[in-house]
Structure formats: structure tokens, C-alpha cells
Design a protein around this ligand. Structure first.
Ligand SMILES: [Zn+2]
Length: 134
């Protein structure tokens, strides 16, 4: 299972929606698993602020991908910007992947925390915009 916030390997941290009755199937989801207390807290705060409604994560994913550009550029610059990918050693390719994945995961966690720190009025507005799109 992957962490619902940052997509790292989940490690036994879960969450349920305490505002719903025990019999309500929306109270639990096997998707709500986390790698760390930090991700669990960010998710839990965000869910409490929005009364259990999910903010569409796709916008956060786009932001997180954008956050990979600079570290990716720095790494490629450090090993030679003009080299074709086929000339990379296995270690260089693995390092490149690690640089991008780490930047993505860090940004996803930070983005959930930033969102969770926003006020409820802002989050409710986001949710209503999201519903308007469906
Ligand atoms: Zn996580």
C-alpha cells in the first residue's frame, strides 16, 4: 500500500472519519494509509477542516511535478547537461530517479500540510469549485 499523501510505502498509520456513524461505509477507506505520523497528521487536519470531504489531489500532483524540475535540472547540470541519456551509467540513472521521486514526495507532504493550514472558508470554496467541475 502507498501513503495517501506522498506515495511512499505506507507503514500502518490509518485514519477514519469520526464524524460519520460506525455503520456508514464512508467512515473507513482502505486508501487512507500513511507512511508516517507527519502524513497522517496532514491528512487528518485537512479532512477535519473540510468535514471529511476530499480535496482533489490532482492539482497538488501537478504542483509537486513542477517542484521536481529544479532538482532534476541541478542533477543533470552536475553530470553534464549535453550528455545523451543513453550515456548515463546505471548509478546516474538511479540517482536521477531518486532526485525526482524524493522531490515529488517531499512536495506532496508539504502541499498537504500547507492546504491543511488554510482556513475552512478557503477549503470550502475549493470544494464547491471542485463539485462544480463534475
Ligand atoms: Zn507519506
Amino acid at each position: 500500500m502507498k501513503c495517501a499523501v506522498c506515495a511512499r510505502q505506507a507503514k500502518g498509520y490509518g485514519w477514519f472519519n469520526p464524524s460519520l456513524k460506525r455503520s456508514d461505509p464512508g467512515r473507513y477507506s482502505d486508501q487512507w494509509v500513511f507512511c508516517s505520523r507527519r502524513c497522517q497528521n496532514a491528512f487528518s487536519t485537512l479532512m477535519n477542516e473540510t468535514e471529511g470531504q476530499m480535496i482533489d489531489p490532482s492539482e497538488m500532483e501537478t504542483t509537486a511535478m513542477g517542484a521536481c524540475l529544479q532538482p532534476l535540472g541541478e542533477f543533470v547540470g552536475s553530470i553534464g547537461m549535453d550528455r545523451p541519456l543513453a550515456s548515463y551509467s546505471r548509478i546516474e540513472v538511479l540517482t536521477l530517479i531518486d532526485v525526482v521521486v524524493t522531490a515529488y514526495q517531499c512536495q506532496m507532504t508539504a502541499e498537504h500540510e500547507r492546504m491543511a493550514a488554510r482556513d475552512r472558508a478557503f477549503l470550502q470554496e475549493r470544494l464547491s469549485l471542485q463539485k462544480g467541475r463534475v
